[in-house]
Every structure is written in structure tokens, then in C-alpha cells.
Design a protein around this ligand. Structure first.
Ligand code: PFF
Length: 449
């Protein structure tokens, strides 16, 4: 059964791409990608990342898109509405667990972003610019039992408010205005960073590969990051694709999204690494890179105060366009399956994610001794979602698309029943990637890493 009766749609392909790109471009690009590049060999990591994004992630994204567009249903009903086998109910289970884990820690880091935007607006970094002071400023803040909760509440509140307005007036409008703004902001910062004297070392690090650091764990991290960055395996692509119009060109839509996301990640690298090298800082600073190292650099560079404001504003926009896509997965379920009004569904989810996020936040301080498999709650949620749940959900979806829906339906969807002039070789290559390369690739990486 399709839920077409009262469903909204994106107003066109551009709106859909902007929303999808909004989901993809986020903290993953600005916070995670640069430090993973820093820790895992610079350009070599980027190269592996791009290869995996094209050969594995793009086909998975197409698989998810086909399921959403064809079923026009929320993620829970999408798979079972396309097949009679009950086995595939397992995929939405992976999706919902991924969404719950990701949104819980995501809204905490989003909250840190809000706090750092406030700090940059009050020029706090220029006043306490030493790296060690900024390091303790960050660790004192995240381990404080109350302050991060206030900002977590603010971030989640903004996410909920946008989603409450619905697809066209909320998600679409916000992405339409914010995504171009985001690209302009990151380009401004990249230009500033590249023009600092000594920046070329950073550019070399980003663009000249050194494969000596690459091993199977680096490949696993690159794939986990590519999945996270492209929002795969969480049901967000299925959900957004269920709102697109029938004439949408799937190859163009997913290809553009992947291009925007990867392009933005590389731009974020260009905004950060040249400055890191120019100021003689070790690039493998880990997760503190954005919240400790960058503020230190901002405090040292000319017009750094302004660049800091632009950077943290960009971070906040990027995080919001992603968190709304996560929340929408849950809202579509609550409104369509449990028949709750959108407003009630938003309020209910706000409380659920507030509590889970609060646990995550407190695990940085008072609850830091509470360990799950040796990790605190925050790290556990991050690790399990990016390295296990999203990969497994994505793997099952691409198997579902390639082998349960099968070549005939994939061809129909990629060409809109032959009405689109897509070259045959492209359709066949994508079909081959969906059926063989992507499932075998994800499986191999899951097993060998
Ligand atoms: N892609 C987002 C980022 O890079 O920050 C994070 C994300 C959003 C992951 C939506 C998963 C998801 F479903």
C-alpha cells in the first residue's frame, strides 16, 4: 500500500538535489573528514575515499533512491511494499537504529557548533588564543554537565522547528537558501586559508598521495566515512526519494549529490589543512581539530575573528540540513504508520532525542566511566552507526535493489521507463555496480577489516 493520499512532494529535481545534498553535507564533511584525512595519510585517504564513493557508495545511494521513489513510502513500509518476502523488514530495523544513534550524538556535536558560533561572535578565541588554553576550554566545555545540554537543546529545537514546517515549507525552503550560502562560505574560508604564507605544504599533503599509511583499517575508515557522509544506510535517502516526482532522473540526482558532497569535503580540507600546515600544527589532531586547532589558527591569522564566525556559522548550517533529514525519517514513520499529527510527532521525537543526546553529552564528563565494549556512550554510538549499522543497512539495500527488484526494474527506474535519454553503457555500468561491485565490496571490507 502506498501512502500517496496526503503526501507532500519536493517541488522539482533541483529542490530534491539540494535537500539530498543538504543531508549529505554536514559535520561529516567539516568535522570528521578533515581529521580522518589528517590521521590517515592525507591524499592517499582522499583517493581511496573517492574510489569507494564512486564504485560502492553511489550504487548504494541509487539502490536506496529506487526503493524510495518506487514505493513512495516511509522507510518501514518501503521494502515490504515492493516484495512479498517478510525477510526485508530487517532493513528498516537497521535504518531506525542508525538514525537513533546518529541523531543522538549528532545533535550533541551540533550543540558544540552553536556554542562555538557564540564564542566566535564574542571573539573568545582572539582573547584566549593559546592552543593549550583552547584545548582546556574545549574539554572543560564538553565535560561540563549543564552547558552542552543547553546548546544540545537549542540545536535539537532548531532541527525540530524546521521539520515541523513539513517538506516544502520546512526542509525544501531551508535547504534552498542555506546550501548555496554554505558553498559560498566554505569557498571564502578556503581562499583565505590557501593564501596564508606557507600554505602550500598543506596543499601538498592534501593532493600528493603517500600510501605508506594505508592498510585495511584505513580502507574501512574511508568506507565508513563515505557512508556517513553520503547519509547511506539510515533511510534518509529512501525517505527523501519517496517525496520526489516520478519524472526525476535518478542517475543525475544521486550523481550530483555525491559530487557536491565529495567536492565539499575536499573544499573543507582546503579550508583547514593549508592553515594547519602554515601554522606548523600536526595535522593528525583527531576530533579536536575543528574545536581546538582551528580556533587557535583563527586567533593567529589576519581577519581570523571574522573567518571564525563564518566557519562556525557554516558548520551550524551544514549540521542542521543533515539533522533535519535524520529526524524526517522518524517523523514520516510516526505520521504515516502511527497516524500521529506532524506537530505531535515532532514534539515526541524531540523528547526522545533530547534524552539520548543528553546521555551522549554526559558521557563526555560525569558518565565517562560508563563503558560499552570499552567505549563511552558517545564513541560507541559513533562507532557502531558508521562502521556497522550503516554499512549493513546499505549492503542489504543494494542487494535488495540488485537482486530482489532486479535488472528490469532498475533499468525502468534509471531511465523512467525509457523516457529519459540515458546512454545504455551508463545504465549497464550502474546496474553492474549495484548488483556486483557494491555488495561484494562492502562485504569484503566488512569481513577483512
Ligand atoms: N551525512 C551527514 C554528514 O556528513 O554530516 C551525516 C548523516 C546525515 C548521516 C543523515 C546519516 C544520515 F542519515
Amino acid at each position: 500500500m502506498k501512502n500517496t493520499d496526503s503526501r507532500e512532494n519536493f517541488s522539482g529535481s533541483i529542490a530534491a538535489v539540494l535537500a539530498l545534498a543538504g543531508s549529505a553535507v554536514g559535520l561529516g564533511n567539516l568535522w570528521r573528514f578533515p581529521y580522518l584525512v589528517g590521521e590517515n595519510g592525507g591524499a592517499a585517504f582522499i583517493l581511496i575515499y573517492i574510489i569507494l564513493a564512486i564504485t560502492i557508495c553511489l550504487p548504494v545511494m541509487m539502490g536506496e533512491f529506487i526503493v524510495g521513489k518506487r514505493s513512495q513510502s516511509n522507510v518501514f513500509r518501503a521494502y515490504t511494499s515492493l516484495t512479498s518476502s517478510g525477510f526485508w523488514r530487517i532493513i528498516p530495523v537497521f535504518s531506525i537504529f542508525s538514525v537513533i544513534l546518529v541523531l543522538s550524538f549528532y545533535s550533541v556535536v551540533g550543540g558544540w557548533g552553536v556554542e562555538y558560533l557564540v564564542k566566535s561572535l564574542t571573539f573568545s578565541f582572539t582573547r584566549n588564543g593559546a592552543q593549550s588554553e583552547l584545548g582546556s576550554m574545549f574539554s572543560d566545555f564538553v565535560s561540563n554537565p549543564y552547558k552542552p545540554l543547553v546548546f544540545h537543546t537549542l540545536f535539537l529545537g532548531m532541527t525540530a522547528a524546521i521539520v515541523a514546517f513539513g517538506i516544502k515549507k520546512g526542509i525544501e525552503k531551508f535547504s534552498e537558501v542555506m546550501m548555496p550560502t554554505l558553498f559560498i562560505l566554505i569557498i571564502i574560508i578556503a581562499i583565505r586559508s590557501i593564501t596564508i604564507p606557507g600554505a602550500n605544504q598543506g596543499l601538498k599533503y592534501l593532493f600528493l598521495p603517500d600510501f605508506s599509511k594505508v592498510d585495511s583499517s584505513v580502507i574501512m575508515k574511508a568506507l565508513g566515512q563515505a557512508f556517513f557522509s553520503l547519509s547511506l544506510g539510515c533511510g534518509t535517502v529512501v525517505t527523501y526519494a519517496s517525496y520526489v516526482k516520478k519524472e526525476t532522473n535518478i542517475i543525475r540526482c544521486t550523481g550530483t549529490t555525491a559530487l557536491f558532497d565529495t567536492g565539499f569535503a575536499v573544499l573543507a580540507g582546503c579550508a583547514i589543512m593549508p592553515a594547519v600546515f602554515a601554522f606548523g600544527i600536526n595535522p593528525s589532531e583527531g576530533p579536536g581539530l575543528v574545536f581546538v586547532t582551528l580556533p587557535h589558527i583563527f586567533s593567529q591569522m589576519p581577519v581570523g575573528g571574522l573567518i571564525a564566525i563564518i566557519f562556525f556559522f557554516a558548520l551550524l548550517i551544514a549540521a542542521l540540513t543533515s539533522s533535519i533529514s535524520l529526524l524526517e525519517v522518524v517523523i514520516t514513520f510516526l505520521t504515516e504508520e502511527l497516524k500521529i499529527s506532524r506537530t505531535k510527532a515532532v514534539i515526541l521525537s524531540f523528547f526522545l532525542f533530547w534524552i539520548l543526546g543528553a546521555l551522549c553529552s554526559l558521557s563526555q564528563g560525569v558518565l565517562s566511566d560508563l563503558k560499552i565494549f570499552g567505549m563511552n556512550i558517545f564513541d560507541f554510538m559513533d562507532y557502531v552507526s558508521a562502521n556497522i549499522l550503516m554499512l549493513s543497512g546499505g549492503l542489504l539495500t543494494v542487494i535488495f535493489a540488485g537482486w530482489v527488484l532486479g535488472p528490469k526494474i532498475i533499468r525502468e527506474e534509471l531511465t523512467n521507463n525509457g523516457s529519459l535519454k540515458v546512454p545504455l553503457w551508463l545504465v549497464n555500468t550502474m546496474l553492474f555496480c549495484i548488483r556486483f561491485i557494491a555488495p561484494v565490496g562492502v562485504l569484503a571490507i566488512l569481513i577483512f577489516s
